[in-house]
Write a protein that binds this ligand. Structure first.
Ligand SMILES: [Zn+2]
Length: 121
């Protein structure tokens, strides 16, 4: 059975629930009970409407923690914005940043894969 890990606290959770407030739906990771106390983590709404407004120019739709894959979605949205901007200075800066991060990502993946091979991961 796949262990589902809470994106907020990192502990396994039993289920995802929702609660409505002010006409909006909010998500929770339900961890169980400790006596009378319900243990759950607030994961936010599916999307953050108010925060998204201030990032509309960049095309960034901000998701709550319930949305898996939001990290790459943010990255793609920002890269699309940089390309659409037509700003060559910004594009050159982005290329420079990405080249540095690409090397860092490759090193990090290589180290982690080696640890997994050696049974240390
Ligand atoms: Zn949690």
């Amino acid at each position: 059975m796949e262990v589902r890990v809470c994106p907020r606290c990192g502990l396994p959770y039993r289920s995802i629930g929702t609660r409505s407030s002010g006409g909006r739906v909010y998500y929770y990771a339900y961890h169980g009970r400790d006596g009378e106390k319900v243990l759950r983590c607030h994961l936010g709404p599916e999307t953050y409407e108010y925060a998204t407004v201030t990032h509309a120019r960049e095309g960034l739709l901000l998701h709550g923690a319930v949305q898996e894959g939001r990290t790459l979605s943010y990255l793609r949205a920002l890269l699309d914005f940089i390309v659409r901007s037509g700003n060559t200075g910004l594009m050159r800066s982005a290329i420079s940043e990405m080249e540095a991060y690409l090397e860092r990502l490759k090193r990090e993946v290589a180290v982690r894969e080696k640890m997994e091979e050696d049974g240390l991961g």
